[in-house]
Design a protein around this ligand. Structure first.
Ligand code: ATP
Ligand code: MG
Length: 655
């Protein structure tokens, strides 16, 4: 298929909901916005009816800024809502989890199976001495035992902290210590690109300096010969063998459901605290609205459970809605770059939620990898994690969605717990690169430094002006940080500050410009990293780009671009058909033509990879430090440290 290039600004391109989609959508009328705005509390109370409560609330919201309590004095259990209540209906025999391991092994768990597994582990954890309120660390690959462990903790009221299986021993140790976890659930290993990730080995290293952990439960995933330490370690399968499901603990709406450390794009990770009632209402309701979830969907979210996306939109949201959830253990390019398309074809996936970083990788590998796969089951696509470049949006729309699937770009954060800005796919016209408008019941705005609202067209800070049910309640062990960092930015106004910059357009659509700390200021002109990078990605040679502002004596900052080229272009340069220098000049001219002379990069650096967090986000702060020859700061969440060493060697400031 030929690539279609259109020379229009993304803001001018509008994609209306396909009529067939609109007709069957969960939300068909814009009335929902007006109704929610008239009384957000009533709106959320109605959404709360989606759940089963042991005791209803006395009050929907108690707002003592910046502290919120939602569904005050209500009692419920998240695990009961995700599992037990479905057993009373025909869903008992519905597939809850469809699992595919990286080596190709598969497993299907019905809701009944899930109940048995979760309930038995919950009983076993109780016997290990885990009581309500005790923290349990989970360090597992993406296998069914991961959601099972999360739900088992929820069942007994023990907050979990999931640590991404790709993290190192030190990262695990720090998180365990910060949370004071009593039990760790891990595995003998996991599969990643055909290699074994030595989880137990890392865990043992971590525990050398994590005294709070009393017991370690080990899932047998790899099956190598292995001796466990009988004092502290036990096999998962032996532990649960004799157990039967315990009854779910009745917890308060405001009891902690989990603790999760942010991905660390901007600095040191912090423990974000989420509670039970408001969180579960928020994720259950938003998934139903934004992804138009239906009983018969096969829903696939490619995020790892180590991130908030995995918590809210792989485990709690989908299972509370009684959905069929696909779970895949491995990498998208193993054994070949067509693995995802094979999975969609094989299981008839209908909703596919992934990240811009993955989409840019698919573009780089080329659309030929989609050939021969039947993707016609897909009816909705979603993205999250970073602003999606319009070029990547259009590729996703055309090649994966075949021009028929709405793309719901969801802006939200670990801290927000649930989607905040996102389309309602049956009614919201889409613009590639914009997350569109805030969801019903949410008050989001773009403001200046003093917190005054800005008119459309002007760039400012993205804030949320009213509390919402799934909002974080505090930073674990650091309330001051919660108050100052998130709510203390505008004295006299209790606005939640996201850390992101944004602009509204004339239709009041939100355009996320990237993190405020990353905004570039060239001779008094503010340039957004997102816009510069999107311009670069639009160039046919470019696969991915990261732009930073490097300190400059005269201009304040100068634009420096780090660029990854498409595989075939790289091959042409290697073979001498094109030169690096000509490529650099071409890209500089391209940015000038797209945005203006002020944005012309001073330098374009080519690199095989960009430094990313383990959740796939570009770490511009490290690129800036390299270009300016500064200390790198916290790098514990970096996925590819070798890239940093290489970039430093080649482009590091020599001063
Ligand atoms: P840390 O807060 O530790 O630096 P992080 O911000 O990367 O890490 P997350 O909570 O996983 O951790 O990511 C939220 C951020 O991701 C948002 O603040 C925003 O910058 C970006 N983001 C997420 N989704 C979108 C989206 N759809 N469009 C634009 N940006 C997004
Ligand atoms: Mg953040």
């Amino acid at each position: 298929m030929a690539r279609q290039k259109e020379a229009v600004l993304p803001e001018e391109q509008i994609f209306y909901p396909p009529e067939r989609f609109a007709r069957q959508a969960n939300v068909k009328s814009r009335e929902i916005y007006a109704k929610a705005q008239a009384s957000p509390e009533l709106f959320w109370a109605l959404q709360a009816e989606r759940l089963d409560w042991f005791r209803k609330w006395d009050k929907v919201l108690e707002w003592d800024p910046p502290f919120a309590r939602w569904f005050v004095n209500a009692k419920l259990n998240a695990c009961y809502n995700c599992v037990d209540r479905h057993l009373k209906t025909w869903r008992r025999n519905k597939a809850a989890l469809i699992f595919e391991g990286e080596p190709g092994d598969t497993r299907v768990l019905t809701y009944w199976d899930l109940y048995r597994e979760v309930g038995r582990l919950a009983s076993a954890l109780r016997k290990l001495g885990v009581e309500k309120g005790d923290r349990v660390a989970i360090y597992l690959p993406m296998i069914p035992e991961l959601p099972i462990a999360m739900l088992a903790c929820a069942r007994i009221g023990a907050p979990h902290l999931v640590v991404f299986g790709g993290f190192s021993a030190e990262a695990l140790r720090d998180r365990i210590n910060d949370a004071g976890a009593k039990v760790l659930i891990t595995a003998d290993g996991g599969w990643r690109r055909g290699k074994i990730v030595p989880l137990l080995r890392n865990a043992r290293l971590a525990l050398e300096e994590a005294p709070s952990v009393e017991k370690v439960v080990v899932v047998k995933r790899i099956g190598q010969e292995l001796e466990l330490d009988p004092q502290r370690e036990c096999w998962y399968h032996e532990l649960v063998a004799e157990e039967s499901p315990c009854s779910p603990e009745e917890v308060d709406s405001e009891d902690m459901l989990f603790l999760l450390y942010t991905s660390g794009t901007t600095g040191k990770p912090k423990g974000i605290v989420h509670t039970t009632g408001g969180y579960l209402v928020g994720v259950t309701a938003t998934l139903h609205m934004t992804f138009d979830l239906k009983e018969e969907d096969v829903y696939w979210c490619t995020a790892d459970c180590g991130w908030i996306t995995g918590h809210s939109y792989l485990v709690y949201g989908p299972l509370a809605n009684g959905a069929t959830v696909l779970l895949y253990e491995g990498a998208p390019d193993w054994p070949r770059p067509d693995r995802f398309w094979q999975i969609i074809d094989r299981y008839g996936v209908t909703i596919f939620y992934t990240a811009p970083t993955a989409i840019r990788a698919f573009m780089r590998w080329g659309e030929q990898w989609l050939d021969g796969y039947d993707l016609s089951s897909l009816r909705l696509l979603g993205t999250v994690g970073e602003p999606i470049n319009p070029e990547a949006w259009l590729w996703f729309y055309q090649y994966v969605g075949r021009g028929k699937c709405p793309i719901v770009d969801t802006w939200w954060q670990t801290e927000t717990g649930m989607h905040i800005i996102a389309a309602l796919p049956g009614i919201t016209p889409l613009k590639p690169g914009s997350a569109t408008v805030p969801l019903p019941g949410l008050k989001v705005d773009v403001v200046d430094k003093e917190g005054n609202p800005l008119p459309p067209g002007e760039e400012g800070l993205l804030v949320i002006k009213e509390p919402w049910p799934a909002m974080m309640r505090t930073v674990y062990g650091d309330e001051e940080r919660y108050v100052k960092e998130y709510w203390g930015r505008f004295p006299g106004k209790w606005y939640y500050f996201s850390g992101d910059g944004a602009r509204k357009d004339s239709h009041h659509y939100f355009w996320i410009l990237g993190r405020v700390d990353d905004v570039i200021n060239v001779a008094g002109h503010r340039l957004s990293t997102m816009e510069l990078e999107s311009a670069l990605v639009e160039h046919p040679a470019v696969a991915e780009a990261a732009v930073i502002g490097k300190a400059h004596e005269i201009k304040g900052q100068a634009v420096v671009a780090f660029v990854t080229l498409k595989d075939e272009v790289f091959a042409e340069i290697k073979s001498g058909k094109r030169s690096w220098q000509a490529m650099e000049e071409e890209l500089k001219a391209h940015v000038t033509a797209k945005i203006g002379a002020i944005a012309r990069p001073d330098a374009v650096y080519f690199t095989a990879e960009l430094p990313k967090t383990r959740s796939g986000k570009i770490m511009r702060r490290l690129l800036r430090a390299i270009a300016e020859g500064k200390v790198l700061g916290d790098v514990s969440t970096l996925a590819n440290p070798e890239v940093i060493a290489e970039l430093k060697r080649r482009y590091g400031d020599q001063e």
